[in-house]
Design a protein around this ligand. Sequence first.
Ligand code: G4P
Length: 534
Amino acid sequence: MNRSQEIARRRTFAIISHPDAGKTTLTEKFLLFGGAIQSAGAVKSNKIKKSATSDFMEIEKQRGISVSTSVMGFEYNGRRVNILDTPGHKDFAEDTYRTLTAVDSVILVVDAAKGVEEQTEKLMAVCRMRNTPVIIFINKMDREGQDPFDLLEELEEKLNIKVTPLTWPISKGATFKGVYNMYRKQLNLFAPNKTGISDEVSAFEDLNDPKLDQIIGKYAAQLREEAELAALYPAYDRETYLAGEVAPVFFGSALNNFGVQELLNTFVEIAPEPRPRLSSTGEVKPEDQKLSGFVFKIHANLDPNHRDRIAFMRICSGVFEKNTFYFHPRLKKKYRFSTPIMFQANDRTNVETAYPGDVVGLYDTGNFKIGDSLTEGGAFFFKGIPAFSPELFRMVENNDPFKAKQFEKGLKQLTDEGVAQLFTQQPGNRKIIGTVGELQFDVIQHRLLHEYSAKVSFRGLPYLKACWIDSEDEAAVEEFFRYKKDHLAYDKDNRPVYLADSLWMLQRAIDENPKLSFKFSSEIIVSEDAEENA
Ligand code: G4P
């Protein structure tokens, strides 16, 4: 197979959902279909159990498990499918948001009873920023859920995307009969089946055929009526799907393996192959000859005795080969990797070659940070790897003056890894950690102590939101902070950040300073001077 065929057959995506909607179950069923696992329950969930919200060791244990499920690759219908796993726990949301920069599309799982939930909205907002194509799977149809029309309306309203149902459910809950695939004109009858791996699908051209009444009895009339109304949604169109404007919708039950194969079949057919990415020197196309890729996730702590880490790199162009020297533009050095790895469900395998769309794991001793690129000579970085505005702030203090160096180093490395964000405030060089979840503070305290021998404590700060301040008018920025010294901090790239005490204060600042733009996400920038020097 030549390189362009290899690229064209790749489907790199993430399954996202509010916790408990069924992401893990669906992932597992995909792996079953892909032959990557043999039975349900074989993939250890990377879910951080709800009960473990403050149990750090438990979380670490589970994080250990989750390395192997970070990327799950398998072959299906001639396609190479790469599922990038995202942590369900909301305290690790930043990790999830960054992973979304490395995919070409997503499948969003929604619980039929609960509809759009908080995390669903947040995750979709990130996808919308990048116009990532989305397919929606409405799960748990075997339970009493909401009316399908209401659900579709809610999706459109809350997720700011148009939808088009490709299948339609026949009743729900205890009387759920199956789905009708309006696109393929097929009837898929529901038979609860938690372990099997095939849907019994039969062609059914005309819903007015009286046979329908024999098969699903009184639900036939209801299906005819609803299908007619559902047809009022715009017809499926691949262009609008790929543009991230319209999301095709499927109904099913992941637990019962129902509607899953139908979803997977359609997904591999319509989902985008690796797409071009924007870099600091223009668009990088997957077909470009020279290798390039970027690090979107770093997983540390694989072995507490060694400070080893795996940097996850998404390949964007060229071909990645082991033992080949590649250029690290930020450090302006060349590196080669003798044991890069790829993931196959629960296993890691050594990679010889990897193509655009693939994710390789690179053993790292501290050379990578989130957003770094690796190239075949080009001195560029990829755009659009976000840092999101944190919402919890604490001042971190080193308790042992003899360990100042370890403290500084540990803090730098952990924040490079993306565990949390680091801000500095003057005078006094106060170090402020900003996170999206409480857990990160435990993670930082524990890891600083165990990996860097630095004992730290935190002091709560009253800030509620950080936002990056940007303006053409530098004097306006200075003027703004002249009166808000206590609320000024600098991020790791030395950009000014406004720490607001309350939403009211923030809104007032926005209203009173029309020359400034207040940003709630910023791009992670990797040293720009590397571009000039290389
Ligand atoms: P998540 O990764 O999105 O957090 O969700 P997960 O797949 O773990 O599913 C959450 C719960 O919902 C699980 O039950 C799972 O069995 C159940 N579930 C998933 N799909 C369906 C479905 O189609 N129908 C029904 N009725 N339930 C479904 P649990 O009791 O929390 O966990 P477990 O003990 O079964 O693992």
